[in-house]
Design a protein around this ligand. Structure first.
Ligand code: CMC
Length: 392
């Protein structure tokens, strides 16, 4: 037993050492494996970053080619797995479908479940990265009643995902390469964020030696919540609501400050950043560009910009060091690309996947890892005599 320290929400307790992602929340710095996030966002592709997170260094041409090729060969789902999607109700939330499907991967791919077999771990990692876009697209297609498309492996990772999502078997799918590049870049921005709620969940589940698929499925569920990945959906719903009510930003901010139940400035604030989230800065710039490229101006963007201005000049937000986080502007881009609001968090999951995998692998290969098992401070009844049911 001994002495335990109480730290609700782990605001002050490190659960692990890690060599993957560095955040300095006061300075607004984020680096993957030492590389500043803005440079990776500008110069690297998502698969390059996935390789970097998992293997520790940026890939050479040959390494990237091999990695990409491997992923390309695993994009198909077992035919029985395709049928699995038809069992969900039409209105199912795609995040619930996603976590169920990821969990089901361990029923279909039983030859890659051993967490201590390096070859199997590599195979399950590749399978996850290859199949998640297919699963995400099928969840969406099922929800709108359209036919499922097979992956087209002549396309790049993100373009293939967009085609499976928005394409039809009767038409040739075409998309502006600059739009593909923007979505790829958004995935880079989401790819890891050290010990956040979903990543800690992946580690905790994995620490019991559960397989990679099960661990990642738990991470998807943790990401679902509106205080975490679900915030991107919540931000767009908030913007739409303010817009419907006449764009009265000031009165909305007043309600936030008065702490009206259920009213928060979604997309603002962060446990670690007490400065502008460096990812939000990149997204903000990309938003205008994406809307221009798509020819879809959106009053919600101007509304978001105004909301940010009002909040950042208000004492409530200044004193608490609340700044826009990564989720504040992404929804406006996703909406312009044609994604329904309830698919936004799935896009976060696609981006975060390599980080979850890298963190799980880092943990499993560290011989000092123990099962995650927090302690508690008991505040219930002390011992009392048992009362027979007839005397209660
Ligand atoms: N709107 C209004 N007030 C806020 C907000 C907000 N978005 N965020 C924090 N505060 C207030 C909070 O009420 C508290 O005030 P007081 O000291 O008067 O009680 C103070 O700021 C500190 O907040 P906290 O809740 O103790 O901070 P936390 O570290 O526990 O929570 C957070 C961090 C991200 C959950 C929270 O800021 C929040 O709920 N934000 C809105 C949801 C959101 O955008 N989440 C996405 C996070 S970034 C990407 C991701 O992880 O998915």
């Amino acid at each position: 037993t001994g002495h335990v320290t109480l730290d609700p929400g782990f605001t002050n307790t490190a659960s692990t050492t890690s060599a993957i992602t560095y955040i300095d929340g006061d300075a607004g710095i984020l680096r993957y494996r030492g590389y500043p996030i803005d440079q990776l966002a500008e110069k690297s592709s998502f698969l390059e970053v996935a390789y970097l997170l998992i293997h520790g260094d940026l890939p050479t041409h040959a390494e990237l080619e091999n990695f990409t090729d491997n992923i390309r060969r695993h994009t198909l789902l077992d035919e029985k797995f395709r049928a699995f999607f038809s069992a969900f109700p039409r209105r199912a939330h795609p995040m619930a479908v996603l976590s169920s499907a990821v969990s089901a991967l361990s029923t279909f791919y039983q030859d890659s479940l051993d967490p201590f077999d390096a070859e199997q771990v590599e195979r399950s990692s590749i399978r996850l990265i290859a199949k998640l876009p297919t699963i995400a697209a099928y969840a969406y297609k099922t929800s709108i009643g359209q036919p499922l498309l097979y992956p087209d492996n002549s396309l790049g990772y993100v373009e293939n995902f967009l085609r499976m999502t928005f394409g039809l078997p009767t038409e040739k799918y075409e998309v502006d390469p600059e739009i593909v590049r923007i979505l790829d870049m958004l995935f880079v921005l989401h790819a890891d964020h050290e010990q956040n709620c979903s990543t800690s969940t992946v580690r905790l589940v994995g620490s019991s030696h559960a397989n990679l698929f099960s661990s990642i499925s738990a991470g998807v569920d943790a990401l679902f919540g509106p205080l975490h990945g679900g915030a991107n959906q919540a931000v767009l719903e908030m913007l739409e609501q303010i817009h419907t009510n006449g764009d009265d930003v000031e009165s909305f901010v007043r309600r936030v400050k008065n702490k009206e139940p259920g009213v928060k400035l979604m997309g603002f604030g962060h446990r670690v950043y007490k400065n502008y989230d460096p990812r939000a800065a990149v997204v903000k710039k990309a938003t205008r560009k994406a809307l221009e490229l798509l020819g879809k101006p959106d009053p919600l963007l101007d509304l978001a910009v105004r909301l940010e201005e009002v909040a950042l000049s208000d004492d409530y937000f200044v004193e608490r060091k609340l700044y826009p986080n990564v989720d504040f502007y992404t929804g406006v881009i996703y909406k312009a690309m044609g994604f329904p609001t309830n698919a936004f968090t799935v896009l976060f999951a696609l981006g975060r996947l390599p980080g979850w995998i890298a963190q799980w692998r880092e943990m499993m290969s560290d011989p000092s890892t123990k099962i995650g098992r927090p302690r508690q401070v008991y505040v219930g009844k002390t011992e009392r005599p048992y009362v027979d049911i007839n005397s209660r």
